[in-house]
Design a protein around this ligand. Structure first.
Ligand code: OGA
Ligand code: NI
Length: 356
């Protein structure tokens, strides 16, 4: 990444503390009951549903083990990702994203207008994926996003497709459990995902000479429904703990996945479950790899608090918004530095007292 560009420097209040706080971490949840013979019996999953509900409410984050995703599928994609990023910038740039097709390689992402110390490769799960051509509300034109496949490593495509299938399966399972935990039927949310716009990001965080000043990813909330993250054994992900706002490190657990609820679930649940801020620290000696799967609904879904979860005492806290337009706006602002603030969910929040 060359000389340190001042665009990477975080404001003083957002710089990481390099001394890690040892603290109670995010909940670790065992999903083995789902693969047991008992799983068709609703009472056998009740404790699990309760555990997931508590984790979503108190942390917005949890880790899962015994999730049923074969380790081999993950390892194949991890290896292909390492091989891809180990190539020269020139080689990687052959599959670089552009303004029309936002999928592919890039190393210039900004979070809240500060550059992230990382390079990424974005791949869509349903290839092609249809999304609105622009963020303009009246523009009805659609656009197809297609994956770009690098020449090397040639195994990347198959490894990606296998892994993506496993992630889809786990996402639907988690969505059912989350629906149940909100007191809804297990199939209440699945219909929003028939033509889902999910994508996988391969992240590479190179060693950084200024880990006290920069971040791999600046503080942010994930804007989709759910994220399933595979991180390697280096560590660096930090989650903002709800009770006190401290940044808590998520210690790597072999073969576990880190799950977090995104902003769409925050809105659907009318804030029973909040999407929690997180960020990634980098370090001066070790490179780090991670692979988030962002589970996102169809582009035409209007996201709004679910009727069943709002009452006269607890009215909807958000106006409905179109997921595809929201996403198109985000992708646009990721592509180049805009002078305007990018779209935020607070723009759709209803002020309960409009006069104030
Ligand atoms: C993200 C993210 C965490 C990580 O890409 O949204 O939070 O550990 N990544 O890479
Ligand atoms: Ni994130």
């Amino acid at each position: 990444m060359g000389e340190v560009d001042p665009a990477f420097i975080q404001a003083v209040e957002h710089r990481p503390k390099l001394a890690i706080i040892e603290a109670e971490g995010i909940p670790l949840i065992d999903l083995s009951v789902l693969s047991s013979n008992e799983s068709s019996n609703p009472s056998s999953t009740e404790p699990l549903v309760a555990e997931i509900g508590e984790a979503c409410k108190n942390w917005g984050f949890f880790q899962v083990i015994n999730h049923g995703v074969p380790l081999e599928k993950r390892e194949k994609l991890e290896l292909a990702s390492r091989e891809f990023f180990a190539q020269s910038t020139e080689e990687k740039s052959k599959v670089k994203r552009d303004e029309v097709n936002v999928l592919g390689y890039y190393d210039t992402e900004r979070t809240k207008n500060v550059r992230d110390w990382k390079e990424v490769f974005d791949l869509t799960v349903k290839d092609p994926t249809v999304i609105p051509a622009s963020h303009e509300p009246d523009d009805k034109e659609l656009r197809k996003l297609v994956n770009r496949w690098p020449e090397y490593p040639s195994e990347l495509r198959e490894a990606f497709e296998d892994y993506a299938k496993a992630m889809e399966k786990l996402s639907y399972k988690l969505l059912e459990l989350i629906s149940l935990s909100l007191g809804l039927p297990e199939d209440r949310l699945g219909g929003f995902f028939d033509d889902h716009t999910s994508f996988i990001r391969l992240n590479h965080y190179p060693p950084c000479p200024i880990p006290h000043l920069a971040l791999g990813v600046g503080r942010h909330k994930d804007s989709g429904a759910l994220t399933i993250l595979a991180q390697d054994d280096v560590g660096g992900l930090e989650v903002k703990r709800k009770i006190d706002g401290e940044w808590i490190c998520v210690k790597p657990t072999p073969n576990a996945y880190i799950i977090n609820v995104g902003t769409i679930i925050q809105v659907w649940s009318n804030e029973r479950y909040e999407s929690v801020e997180h960020r990634v620290m980098v370090n001066s000696t070790k490179e780090r790899f991670s692979m988030p799967f962002f589970f996102n609904p169809d582009h035409n879904v209007m996201v709004e608090p679910l009727e069943e979860l709002t009452t006269a005492q607890n009215p909807a806290k958000y106006k409905a918004y179109n997921w595809g337009k929201f996403m198109a706006d985000r992708k646009r602002s990721n592509f180049k530095k805009l002078d305007v603030e990018n779209i935020q969910i607070c723009h759709f929040r209803i002020k309960l007292d409009e006069s104030s």
